[in-house]
Design a binder for this molecule. Structure first.
Ligand code: SF4
Length: 169
């Protein structure tokens, strides 16, 4: 059986969603056996940043030009793009200051260097690209992450009880 090729990437975030995978200690060897991790900078492997992907799991909000470039790269290469966690789905912590002036926030943090900071109001993935599936939580439940992996192996996506019918709800 051909292994699905996946990427796990983090944008502006705390990496807690990606750590959920490492918390699946017992199941992690099976996951590693059944999928090919083409790109997972934080973890198992990955230097292939060019080839096609079956699924890209993306954590974090889009708050810098680099985030946007990474997201578009992954979207263009992936059959499915899965948002993992509150930051990716709704903007999370990165978006909590969106009602305040970006310029003033940058000056507060970076002082005289603020003019060199390239940033924009952080937003969820779906503001920029099509998102095929989302796993909620901050961080997500590891069971839901594993169920999603298992479903992908069967060529489908899971239905989790209590989820909104769309991620904009
Ligand atoms: Fe961290 Fe929560 Fe954002 Fe995941 S959703 S990256 S755990 S703050």
């Amino acid at each position: 059986m051909t292994k699905p090729v996946i990427a796990i990437a983090g944008l502006t975030a705390c990496s807690g969603c990606q750590l959920t995978l490492f918390n699946c200690e017992e199941e992690l060897p099976q996951v590693a056996e059944r999928f090919r991790f083409a790109w997972f900078p934080m973890g198992l492997s990955g230097s292939d940043e060019c080839g096609p992907l079956d699924v890209a799991f993306v954590e974090g909000a889009v708050s810098t030009p680099e985030d946007l470039e990474t997201l578009i790269n992954l979207r263009n290469r992936s059959s499915l793009l899965v948002a993992i966690g509150t930051c990716a789905i709704w903007g999370g912590i990165a978006a909590m200051k969106n009602n305040e002036s970006r310029k003033e926030l940058a000056e507060t943090i970076y002082g005289d260097s603020a003019h060199s900071i390239k940033t924009f109001a952080p937003g969820p993935l779906q503001r920029f690209v099509t998102v095929d599936f989302a796993i909620t939580g901050c961080p997500p439940e590891k069971g839901e992450l594993l169920t999603t992996f298992a479903s992908i192996l069967h060529g489908t996506l899971p239905v989790f009880p209590g989820y909104p019918v769309c991620t904009e709800c």
